[in-house]
Design a protein around this ligand. Structure first.
Ligand code: PMP
Length: 314
């Protein structure tokens, strides 16, 4: 049996050939000796239209990771994060010689708003919703309370499409908010590295000034545009993954927390056990006694369920 990879929160569906061919057609008729148009305005317009905002509200980058690095690198001071959360926030902070102020999540994984609001000198606040690895979303009213502090705030919304919880309208009221999203998860494009931010025009403009003019290659940016044109395929995959998430959760709920993303946080570190049985899940270095299972295709999930059920019974 081949190993099964349920460790990186990737989409289990590759982009269908019929859609990949659209990129091949584009490659055939495109001069690859030329740079992309400065600032890739077509991509920004396309994403803006898709979301019901404008290209001026959008900044794109080589994965949302790159945008995180750009934003964190631009901050001169402490960054508030809510732990456990996505580990790249503290990775980039360290790269730039900053500290993160780590505020533990409450027992139900909600953010500790009082504690965050006491950090009045923070230069940046990072919220992650749905949070990786806990899988829960942040209540809109809590997001608003934090935004009212008027400190630049990133809302990392990488798993938005699996949750349905929308925050974009908040950019009209808050010029300190940047929402980060990605083509890596719902859009099956992790290998092509396209992420984007949504913000008020002034903030988006300020951030874009820090970018190199050709921040993405022609092929990745074109594929993102093609995937937007094929959103019905994305939606089909989303429905499948969300149904599977609920099915897997029902089977293993003794050992898992509910989730609004494409993964489940497990209440034990079963990495070694799963790995011995050919299934790679994510070990969580900052969370003892936990691990994380990405939702895969049905047959992969069946194998994971069986292994976890056996583990629960033993
Ligand atoms: N934010 C979160 C919460 C993530 O889990 C990930 C990917 N694991 C990212 C951002 C980075 O995504 P991208 O592939 O767009 O760099």
């Amino acid at each position: 049996m081949n190993d099964i990879f349920l460790d990186k929160n990737e989409n289990p569906f590759d982009i269908p050939d019929s859609i990949k061919y659209q990129l091949l057609e584009y490659i055939k008729k495109t001069k690859l000796n030329r740079y992309p148009e400065k600032g890739l305005p077509m991509l920004l317009e396309k994403i803006g239209d898709f979301l019901g905002v404008t290209g001026e509200n959008i900044i794109a980058g080589n994965g949302s990771d790159e945008l995180l690095s750009l934003i964190i690198g631009d901050v001169r001071g402490n960054i508030v994060i809510n732990t456990p959360t996505f580990e790249m926030y503290s990775f980039y902070a360290k790269n730039f010689d900053y500290n993160t102020i780590n505020i533990p999540l409450n027992d139900d994984f909600s953010i500790n708003t009082d504690s965050i609001m006491s950090k009045k000198n923070a230069k940046l606040i990072i919220l992650c919703s749905p949070n990786n690895p806990t899988g829960n979303i942040i209540k809109r009213s809590d997001v608003e309370k934090i935004l009212d502090m008027n400190i630049p705030t990133v809302l990392d919304n990488a798993y938005f499409e699996f949750s349905g919880e929308e925050y974009i309208d908040l950019i009209d009221d808050y010029d300190n908010l940047i929402i980060l999203r990605t083509f890596s998860k719902a859009f099956s494009m992790a290998g092509l590295r396209v992420g984007y931010g949504i913000a008020n025009k002034n903030l988006a403009k300020k951030l874009k000034e820090k970018q190199s003019p050709f921040y993405l290659n022609l092929l990745s940016s074109k594929m993102a545009e093609i995937m937007i044109d094929n959103y019905s395929t994305v939606q089909e995959h989303l429905r499948y993954i969300i149904d599977e998430r609920e099915r897997v959760y029902r089977h293993i709920k003794e050992l898992a927390y509910p989730s609004r993303a494409n993964f489940l946080l497990l209440k034990r570190d079963i990495y070694d056990y799963m790995r011995k049985n050919g299934v790679y899940i994510r070990k969580l270095p900052f969370m003892d006694n936990s691990s994380r299972l990405t939702i895969g295709k049905r047959e992969e999930n069946d194998i994971a369920i069986k292994l976890i059920e056996d583990y629960i019974q033993s």
